[in-house]
Design a protein around this ligand. Structure first.
Ligand code: PLP
Length: 421
């Protein structure tokens, strides 16, 4: 039994699928203690949009530590925080004509979600929050209550209350617009639905199986929430920070949410950091009403500030667009050529191959790992192979990863045919 099996809780998860002992990492590659290299198409579930240990962020961090820049300061003012706020305002918010107050909650995504839900309830004086089928917003009780996954919900051990789940875009197939249902419920006093404080939505449900909300659906959701005075929270924790091409995933739809949650790739370096963006009129917190020890970690501010260099011009956005096309075309060709029942879906550099046969995706993921590549599965039945390479991956490595997936998928399908013959 190794150290982990002997001492670490049974709750450990990813290490069971990718059981290497990792020692170092750079760019799109991770290296095990035995020197074996793995091409990373997982990127820390969306944490490493700029790859592992990007040089410029590392230099800024080393320089800050070297000069004894303050590491911990609760939510007191610090130079590092000031630099990040100023840079975020000038590089991200001002050019997009967005006006948001910035709240730094505890350092993980679920902390940002909790803060947003709490504030929406406080501001509206209402209790209910509407979320969507297959949503994933985190593991603390409030965030879990707006998460769809039944297995994770059952882990709460208490009833998850004051939320209702409604069908996400496409949940009922291509035909019905699922927002017809929501709008009808809101407009009919006999529906039994209490007026919600907030709607929380991912524009692309990542953990839920790479389900992409259409632009029209998002625009309609914004219109409905506006008309009814419901706070619209876009959870951009996994698909923000450039994952879909633009910095915010909702930009393509041209909507302005009332609150936005960010975390994962915000620090750009894997340093835990989270942010809630709040329309100024909704920033009705009393001082200290929502607190926490690790709110705004200064080393995170340092790397996050440097990461915003990627957003000074449209180079990264264009590069994601170019790579997105490569991935989409290649995956579609693969699926067509192998004549496997599957749907290719995604935006920017988050893609999924959703297989009808739910055994295929986990087998391909395992086969890829044996070939030296990390790529995970998603969806309630794990039937979606989810591709999440870093945005800065080279074209060569991107193609190498796609070649590996093609080879492994071919082998898995051949084995399946042999078994059923
Ligand atoms: N929201 C979304 C959309 C996520 O994808 C995740 C995590 O995968 C979370 C919230 C929770 O973030 P964390 O695991 O950092 O608490």
């Amino acid at each position: 039994m190794n150290t982990f099996e002997q001492h670490e809780s049974e709750v450990r998860g990813y290490c069971r699928n990718f059981p290497a002992l990792f020692a170092s990492a750079k760019g799109a590659w991770m290296t095990g203690h035995d020197g074996r290299r793995y091409l990373d198409f997982f990127a820390g579930a969306g944490v490493l949009n700029y790859g592992h240990n990007p040089d410029k962020l590392k230099s800024a961090l080393l320089e800050y530590i070297e000069r004894d820049g303050i590491t911990h300061s609760l939510d007191m003012y610090s130079e590092a925080k000031q630099a990040f706020i100023d840079r975020f305002q000038s590089v991200i918010l001002a050019p997009r004509q967005l006006s948001y107050k910035m709240q730094f909650p505890g350092p993980t995504g679920t902390n940002a979600v909790e803060a947003a839900l709490k504030l929406a309830r406080k501001v509206t004086g209402r209790e209910q929050v509407v979320s969507f089928t297959n949503a994933f917003h985190g593991m603390t009780l409030g965030a879990l209550a707006v998460t769809g996954n039944g297995f994770k919900r059952a882990g709460a051990g208490v009833s998850l209350q004051n939320t209702s789940s409604i069908p996400f875009c496409g949940f009922m197939g291509d035909g019905p617009d699922t927002l017809d249902f929501f709008e009808a419920m809101l407009n009919d006093n006999g529906s039994g639905m209490e007026m919600p404080a907030a709607v929380i939505v991912e524009t692309v449900q990542a953990e839920g199986g790479v389900n992409v909300a259409s632009v029209g659906w998002l625009q309609r959701l914004r219109k409905i929430t506006e008309e009814h005075g419901i706070v619209l929270i876009v959870d951009d924790i996994q698909v923000g920070c450039g994952r879909t091409g633009k910095f915010f995933s909702f930009e393509e739809a041209g909507i302005v949410p009332d609150m936005v949650t960010l975390s994962k790739s915000l620090s750009g370096y894997g340093i835990p950091m989270a942010l809630v963006l709040i329309k100024p009129e909704l920033d009705q917190w009393a001082p200290g009403e929502h607190n926490g020890t690790f709110r705004g970690h200064n080393p995170g501010f340092v790397t996050a500030t440097k990461a915003l260099d990627y957003w000074e011009n449209d180079w990264l956005e264009k590069s994601v667009g170019h790579k997105s096309k490569i991935v989409r075309e290649r995956l579609q060709q693969m699926v067509d050529r192998m004549d496997v029942a599957a749907e290719v879906r995604g935006r920017g550099l988050i893609y999924g191959i959703a297989f009808e046969d739910r055994e295929i995706a986990p087998q391909v993921s395992q086969a890829c790992f044996k070939e030296g590549m990390v790529v995970e599965t998603a969806g309630i039945e794990d039937n979606v192979l989810k591709l999440l390479p870093s945005l800065t991956i080279s074209d060569e490595d991107l193609v190498l990863g796609l070649d590996t997936i093609e080879k492994c998928l071919g082998n898995v399908l051949k084995q399946g045919q042999r078994k059923s013959a």
